[in-house]
Design a protein around this ligand. Structure first.
Ligand code: F0G
Length: 462
């Protein structure tokens, strides 16, 4: 298995890391009200908060940035970008966006025409959820039942629960469902992939009822890799071919290029639906930028165009997912309770198992995140957990924590070495060894919008 881990690159430029002390970290996180949004990044020696916008770019991407054409309309880089997205998705119409949520804003604004509707997903990403609410829809997650069993490995735990979706269509009526949102890989359920069979069936069900299918492709290359490796009939298909089939089940796709396209900023929307394209384009111009740049500079467009293609390379994906698997193996060896199997972009550690003495309301996952930082200078965010992901149902008023209390160790692409992953596993073990001495937290301040608690809040120790 580890023979697959042939790194398809070597390091040419290095960024120094500043190492601080345990005492300093304890002070820093306390002064930051136990919220990492207030900790200077240079005080975080190993930062596994996210794989979004944190990739190392290739020499081709950097060279491409030098060819940035900063003309307002129709920069030459736009044509490269448009072609790269068309080749990637098989769709004709392309809209650039400055990042994923800007794309979602436009998609949700145009597809959600009336309040009181419901959007369904295998699990909405937080920003999609927030946009659905903004335009008057209630976003409902329908993860497959196996996703809710963190210790039982299965191949495609990112799937949507098809029975539940069919039942929802029958109960709500298709006219009250603006879209089905399929997230590949599913960030909310521990980075697990969706099978082609599940996507195909969900899309068929939606389309039969006239419901639009939206694919969130932030990490679609990783999902395509899992399909190739795990699903019958795909072993001989290329990652690009698998992506084309994935997008054939969508009416519109959007992507945060900050993930699978190996750039630090960027995003886009693509579709074959001309009227949808024209309507979305008009909003894009107002909120993000003109149709040929969408909030990006010419050089950013070029980096996306090149990175999209690099992100489809099989050897790179085998290396990348091999690195996630390697961190999972290191954690298992140290008896750290992880969500099984590891996902496409991260290893998720089970906070409730790590600190069984803490109640859900005391934010066990966040306590593990904070402790790992204090012990080792490694930062991974609670995600999803009761701190940022508890929600009040607008219909019933019921406040419900998410099914998980997880810490996500997301691995930036082409950035950290295996030695840093080994160090990380040791750091988590050190945090676990603190055991019952670790106390939980309570809010001293939180933003009104529940969704924003993913990002910032103020806490004190219990
Ligand atoms: N969709 C998915 C599945 C995501 O994971 C994200 C971002 C977005 C959309 C929004 O994209 O950040 O470019 O606006 N996820 C980041 C993360 C923040 O850490 O998982 P964006």
């Amino acid at each position: 298995m580890y023979m697959k881990r042939k790194a398809p690159f070597k390091i040419k430029v290095v960024e120094p890391i500043k190492w601080n002390t345990r005492d300093k970290r304890e002070q820093l996180i306390k002064e930051a009200h136990y919220c990492f949004a207030y900790v200077p990044a240079e005080e975080i020696p190993v930062n596994l908060l996210t794989d979004s916008g944190t990739s190392a770019m290739s020499q081709e991407q950097w060279a491409g940035m030098m060819r940035g054409d900063e003309s307002y309309y129709c920069a030459s880089n736009w044509y490269n970008f448009e072609k790269a997205v068309q080749d990637y998705t098989g769709f004709k119409y392309v809209l650039p966006a400055h990042q994923g949520r800007a794309a979602e804003h436009v998609v949700c604004r145009v597809l959600i025409k009336k309040p009181g509707t419901t959007t369904y997903a295998n699990a909405h990403f937080g920003t999609t959820e927030a946009h659905a609410r903004l335009f008057g829809a209630n976003p409902v997650n329908l993860p497959a039942p196996e996703a809710l069993a963190p210790e039982t490995a299965a191949d495609f735990k990112g799937n949507i629960n098809l029975e539940a979706f069919e039942k929802a269509i029958n109960e709500k009526g298709a006219a009250m469902i603006p879209f089905l949102n399929m997230v590949l890989v599913n960030n909310f359920t521990a980075g697990q992939p969706v099978s082609m069979a599940n996507l195909r069936a969900a899309s068929k069900l939606a389309r039969k009822n006239g419901i639009k299918v939206v694919v969130d492709a932030a990490r679609v290359p990783e999902n395509a890799y899992f399909i190739k490796e795990r699903e019958e009939g795909y072993g001989n298909r290329s990652i690009r071919e698998i992506c084309h089939e994935i997008f054939s089940y969508a009416d519109v796709m959007h992507m945060s290029a900050k993930k699978g396209a190996l750039v630090n900023i960027g995003g886009f929307i693509a579709t074959n639906d001309q009227s949808l394209y024209e309507e979305m384009g008009q909003w894009l111009i107002i909120f993000d930028g003109f149709l040929t740049y969408g909030g990006l500079s010419g050089r950013d467009l070029e980096a996306v165009a090149i990175g999209l293609n690099e992100g489809l390379d099989y050897d790179y994906l085998a290396y990348r997912i091999g690195q996630v698997e390697y961190l999972g193996k290191l954690m298992r060896e140290r008896e750290i309770p992880i969500y099984e199997p590891v996902g496409g972009h991260a290893v998720y550690v089970n906070g409730e198992k790590a600190y069984p003495h803490l109640a859900k309301e005391e934010f066990a996952a966040h306590a593990l995140s904070v402790q790992t930082y204090i012990e080792a200078g490694v930062y991974a965010g609670e995600n999803p957990s009761s701190l940022g992901w508890s929600r009040t149902d607008p219909e019933t008023g019921k406040y419900t924590p998410p099914p998980f209390e997880l810490v996500r160790f997301a691995i930036p692409r082409r950035v950290y070495t295996d030695s840093q992953l080994e160090y990380t596993a040791d750091g988590v073990k050190a945090a676990l060894d603190q055991g019952g001495r670790v106390r939980g937290f309570r809010f001293v301040w939180k933003p009104d919008n529940e969704f924003l608690r993913i990002f910032y809040y103020k806490l004190e120790r219990l």
